[in-house]
Write a protein that binds this ligand. Structure first.
Ligand code: SF4
Length: 471
């Protein structure tokens, strides 16, 4: 026997609302679903008339429904919003490339301009390349940090007032559970906030904060919205997965538990003495960070230095990693210098045990001038014997050039400008405490004692074998 729609429209009910258990017809479900989101927007004062809003669009169900509902409500209630889509291409073959096609379909269906920004263009790495470096254990740390910043960058380019994200009630309840389970009570308030972002940053708003995931799927299904439902090929079986499973089990027994958990997170008292990191601008990329150098820059530095795990884990680990890295660099340079010295000795160079100035000079015709002293020493060297030999084959010099290039030292730096620059960059890297997630790096003190040219080496960098290079 058909059940009548509980809203009293007289039609037969078609579905049972997961959130309330009400039997509703399709139209009344649509109305209830959209009106709840409208109340969330108005009560939270998420937008002002005339605002430009970027909808963070992944092509998945949440962002697709968000774009669709915002467009509907914008027209129905005359919000006066200028809506656009902002997508981030992480560079994940078989996942993001396909889902971006869905976003393009959304762009056409909802008549919203679309901006796509890729990790490759922003950071020089795709997630495929990052996973090839770091494996599949910490990939989401990189991806999440880069995405967060990429969205900020995209929003700044679009000059929008805020970014609307598709976080739904289940996502927020999971985050509350995770924070409780790992004792991170200080983050409860922020993870339940409907609007996040501090002064000087583009705020993020969550219009679907109280919308159940099951209802989003139902809405997309009955509205026949086009969305992409394949999971990321790098999706890990992470902690969140267990929190999600726990939540789903509890939801079966008591559907209101999702709202109850959000409410708990919102109202749980945080002791006064627990301080959250304050926001500032990263000294490297100038984007918002809770630390001097943002987490995205640290992770990127690690990738570019061949230390992909630099930004992962505790400070002690990172410090150890940097020490090993510096030791390795030092031994590589020492080995190269030994080779050069051996070569010079073999060629009977009077510089004995030092790098031959003749060979260095003759291979650096395009570099800065060699001073008078250098010239006079050059004359007392091997009279060009080793220079000629090295000029033709040039193996040892080439090795040094490759090493110096690898370690980011240019010829101009070798000609006297090195100390300040490197010391400055090392100073900047000091006290790197990570952004807002789960790790930190503390100080390291490499690179502080670069010694000026003392004529001991024809390599013109002074004590090349005492260089300490860090970042
Ligand atoms: Fe990125 Fe991880 Fe999400 Fe895949 S599952 S898109 S790697 S955060």
């Amino acid at each position: 026997m058909p059940v009548l729609c509980k809203a009293g429209c007289g039609k037969n009910a078609m579905l049972k609302r997961p959130k309330t258990g009400d039997a509703l017809c399709k139209e009344c479900f649509f109305w209830a679903f959209e009106t709840e989101i409208h109340f969330t927007i108005t009560k939270g004062e998420l937008f002002k008339k005339g605002d430009s809003v970027a909808v963070a669009a992944s092509g998945g169900k949440d962002s697709t429904v968000l774009a669709h509902v915002l467009k509907t409500l914008n027209q129905r209630y005359d919000y006066g919003l200028n809506l656009m889509l902002l997508s981030i291409d992480e560079g994940i073959t078989g996942y993001r490339d396909d889902s971006l096609e869905t976003v393009k379909q959304n762009r056409d269906d909802y008549e919203m301009p679309l901006k796509i920004l890729s990790y490759k263009e922003l950071y020089g790495w795709t997630m495929d390349e990052i996973v090839a470096q770091i494996g599949r254990k910490n990939n989401c740390t990189f991806c999440g940090v880069f995405r967060r910043q990429a969205l900020d960058r995209g929003a700044a380019m679009l000059n929008v007032k805020c970014i609307a994200t598709g976080h739904n009630a289940d996502d927020i309840a999971e985050t509350v559970l995770m924070n409780i389970l790992r004792g991170d009570i200080a983050r409860l308030k922020r993870c339940t906030a409907i609007c996040t972002g501090s002064e000087g940053t583009i705020p993020r708003v969550k219009p679907l904060k109280y919308t159940y995931e099951k209802e989003i799927v139902m809405y997309a299904h009955y509205k026949k919205l086009v969305y992409f439902s394949t999971e990321c090929v790098f999706a890990p079986n992470a902690y969140r997965g267990h929190a999600r499973a726990l939540l789903k089990d509890m939801e079966k027994i008591r559907p209101t538990c999702i709202m109850d958990i959000i409410y708990s997170g919102e109202t749980m008292a945080v002791k006064e003495e627990i301080s959250l990191p304050s926001q500032r601008l990263c000294i490297r990329c100038n984007f918002v960070s809770s630390q001097e150098v943002c987490k995205a820059c640290v992770l990127l530095e690690g990738l570019n230095k061949g230390l992909p795990k630099l930004g992962i884990g505790k400070s002690s680990k990172a410090k150890k990693m940097l020490e090993e890295y510096n030791a390795k660099q030092k031994s590589s340079l020492e080995e190269a210098i030994k080779d050069i010295n051996d070569e010079c000795k073999k060629n009977n160079c009077v510089s004995k045990g030092k790098v031959c100035r003749s060979s260095y000079k003759s291979n650096q015709s395009h570099t800065a001038q060699v001073n008078e002293e250098s010239h006079s020493k050059m004359d007392t060297c091997c009279n060009g014997q080793c220079s000629e030999k090295l000029n033709t084959e040039n193996e040892t010099n080439l090795k040094v050039q490759v090493l110096l290039k690898e370690y980011g030292l240019s010829e101009s730096e070798l000609n006297g400008q090195t100390s300040d620059k490197l010391t400055e960059s090392c100073d900047k890297a000091q006290t790197l405490e990570m952004d807002d997630d789960d790790f930190e790096i503390d100080t390291h003190s490499t690179g502080k004692e670069l010694i000026e040219d003392d004529d001991s080496c024809g390599g013109a960098c002074g004590n090349i074998d005492s260089l300490h290079i860090g970042f």
